[in-house]
Design a protein around this ligand. Structure first.
Ligand SMILES: CC(C)(COP(=O)(O)OP(=O)(O)OC[C@H]1O[C@@H](n2cnc3c(N)ncnc32)[C@H](O)[C@@H]1OP(=O)(O)O)[C@@H](O)C(=O)NCCC(=O)NCCS
Length: 163
């Protein structure tokens, strides 16, 4: 089996949008994803492919030296295989290569799986926004990754391993 992470392209939009539909109560539309990917100069996306098929993705907005994680999602039938950790770590490495010095994110207070994933790669809880999510008035927890790995040359055009 081959597992690969690489930058997302417009050819991945359908697969990524179907992961979003499956994962989020308020998914981004294909048009929103496409606009962010192709027209937002701050946006950077990574996809993870298992045997050539997109199984996970992660996206961030990288502004000055700070990356803001926007989304991380793994197909339901591919969870707990390390793919969330791997695609998020690839995005963080990509940010480090681009000169970011930290990452931040917001997560629903009830999303224990995502919180465990973020903490497993070193994110630290730094705050709470009361009633942040408009759909159910749920609180957001704020997390920060204050230390990034060393920049690696050439990383993220494609990184492939066999498992
Ligand atoms: C959160 C999510 C991305 C995790 O992806 P995943 O591929 O299953 O995570 P991984 O297999 O890489 O897990 C890495 C570590 O995170 C933690 N973790 C991940 N999911 C967990 C869960 N449901 N419960 C408890 N811990 C969890 C564990 O420590 C895990 O390590 P382990 O499997 O060795 O115990 C996935 O569940 C998902 O897509 N959820 C819906 C979308 C979402 O909520 N995204 C985050 C907000 S944007």
């Amino acid at each position: 089996m081959t597992v690969e992470t690489r930058r997302m392209t417009a050819l991945d939009l359908d697969a990524v949008q179907s992961i979003d539909e499956e994962c989020f109560s308020v998914p981004w539309s294909r048009a929103e994803l496409e606009k962010d990917l192709t027209q937002n100069p701050a946006a950077r996306y990574i996809v993870l492919l298992e045997n050539g098929i997109v199984a996970a993705y992660a996206g961030a907005w990288m502004v000055l030296d700070e990356g803001q994680i926007m989304n991380v999602a793994v197909r339901k039938d591919k969870r707990r295989l390390g793919y969330g950790k791997r695609v998020l770590s690839a995005l963080v490495q990509y940010g480090a290569n681009l000169g970011m010095s930290c990452f931040t994110l917001e997560v629903r207070a009830s999303n224990s799986g995502a919180i465990a994933l973020y903490e497993s790669i070193g994110f630290i809880r730094v705050g709470r926004r009361k009633g942040y999510y408009q759909d159910n008035k749920e609180d957001a927890l704020l997390y920060c990754l204050p230390t990034l790995p060393k920049a690696e040359e050439g990383f993220c055009e494609a990184e492939t391993v066999s498992v």
